[in-house]
Structures are given as C-alpha cells and as structure tokens.
Design a protein around this ligand. Structure first.
Ligand code: SAM
Length: 231
C-alpha cells in the first residue's frame, strides 16, 4: 500500500481521534482538548505533542515506573504549556514525581496553572531555566541511575548534549524518549543536510541506535518519537 501525503494526514487524524484523549475523566479530557488553543491565545507557540503522542508518553511512563507501590521519577526537558507533562503525570504511580525544565518563565507559569488544574500539581516540579544550565546541579541532586524515564523535547541543536548529561541519570531498564526524531516544523529527516537541528537530531538518532547500552526504536507518530531502553 503506497503512503500518500493525504493518507499520512488521515492517519495522523485517525491516531489523534482514536487514541488522543483520556477516558473516564470528562473535565480532564476537556482541559487537554482546550489546553493548547488556550496557550496559543495567551501567546505561547503551538508546538506541543499531539494527543496520541501524549497517550504514548503516559503508557511509556506507566511501563517505566511500574506499579502503584513504586516511586517513579521522570524528567522532561521542554515544558511549554504542560500538555505533555500532564500526560506523563497521569502515568506516574501514586508516589511518582515529574521534574520538568522550561527556559521561558511565561511558559513555566502557564504550565504550573495547568498542572494544578489537572490535579497533578503536587506531583510536578517545574524548574525555570536553560536545560544545559540546570542539568549539572540536578544531576548532583538526583544521583546516577535515579530516573525511570527521560523525555527530551527542548532545543533540537542541543539534543546530543542533553543525551550526554541525562544518560547517567537513567536507571538500567529506564526509558529514553525523544520527540522530533524525524522532523520539526521546517525540516524532515529525508531532507538534504544543512539545517543544524536536522543534523543534530540525525546524529543523536544514529548515536543511540548504534549504542550497545541502549535498545532503540522509533515510532513515526506526529514528528517521530524515538524510544530507547537503557540496558
Ligand atoms: N513538551 C512540550 C509539550 O509537548 O507539551 C513541548 C515543548 S516545546 C517543543 C519546547 C519548549 O522548550 C518551549 O517551551 C521552549 O520555551 C523550551 N525551551 C527552549 N529552550 C530551552 C532550554 N534551553 N532549556 C529548556 N527549555 C527550553
């Protein structure tokens, strides 16, 4: 079956319609449905993951953190309005925690309000700052092997540096999840080289895939989600 651009658009819509909303909690589903339109109206960029990728993040968080008796710990780089963070928080066990780093204080404040409204405010710590500035001290605070899952979604040209800094923080069996593994707005992975974001992401994809310390795969949902288990 050939993949046309029309069929790809239809597939993305289908995935979002069928998998992209939480069930059993109508106010939360309504919050998530309206979150990015409200964020955009408040001046934030429309660059959050889609609902189906949010659902994937919740599922991966559940798988990485284990049952409700455990104390899962997740790190996110790039909070924006809290959309992906809410999905992650929904997958955390009772005592689980999400730490999310956001450079822009306006985004961070908006996200904090959304985390509270979603009922996950107590589980989420938002750190305002540049990921590369925050990560060294956070690494000291958390210690090696302390994280169950890391979700990377900040500056694409910095992905390889993020990877170097977060790798030791992931526990064995923990999951590395990376957004925009196949594209980001103005580039797609099969473009000719030349865009710095494209080149950095391609380098990181290839480095993780070739790393004997990870078992990696990539899901082509939205702009591509790379998933790797630390061995
Ligand atoms: N993960 C979010 C979601 O799906 O809902 C989307 C994140 S958005 C693609 C990237 C975010 O990273 C923006 O809010 C941007 O302000 C933030 N950002 C930019 N530079 C950063 C940096 N150096 N450190 C941390 N966050 C940064």
């Amino acid at each position: 079956m050939d993949m046309t651009s029309q069929r790809w658009d239809n597939t993305k819509k289908y995935l979002n319609q069928v998998f992209g909303a939480p069930t059993g909690n109508a106010p939360l589903a309504e919050q998530l449905r309206t979150l990015m339109p409200r964020a955009v109206a408040a001046g934030l960029p429309d660059i959050a993951v889609s609902g189906d990728v949010g659902a994937l993040l919740r599922l991966l968080t559940m798988m990485a953190c284990g049952d409700s008796a455990s104390r899962g710990k997740v790190l996110e780089l790039g909070t924006l309005a809290g959309y992906s963070g809410i999905w992650i928080a929904l997958g955390l066990p009772a005592d689980g925690r999400l730490i999310t780093i956001e450079f822009n204080p306006v985004h961070a404040e908006f996200a904090k309000g959304e985390f509270r409204r979603a009922g996950v405010g107590e589980k989420v710590r938002v750190i305002t700052g540049a990921a590369l500035d925050v990560l060294p001290s956070l690494a000291q605070e958390l210690g090696p092997g302390s994280l169950d899952l890391v979700f990377i979604d900040a500056i694409k040209t910095e992905y390889n540096e993020y990877l170097r800094l977060v790798r030791p923080l992931l526990r064995r069996g923990g999951l590395l999840v990376i957004d925009n593994a196949l594209g980001s707005g103005h580039w797609w992975i099969d473009d000719a080289p030349g865009d710095p974001s494209h080149e950095a992401v391609d380098r990181m994809n290839r480095a993780v895939a070739a790393d004997a310390g990870f078992a990696a795969a990539c899901v082509p949902s939205r702009e591509g989600v790379m998933i790797a288990r630390k061995l």
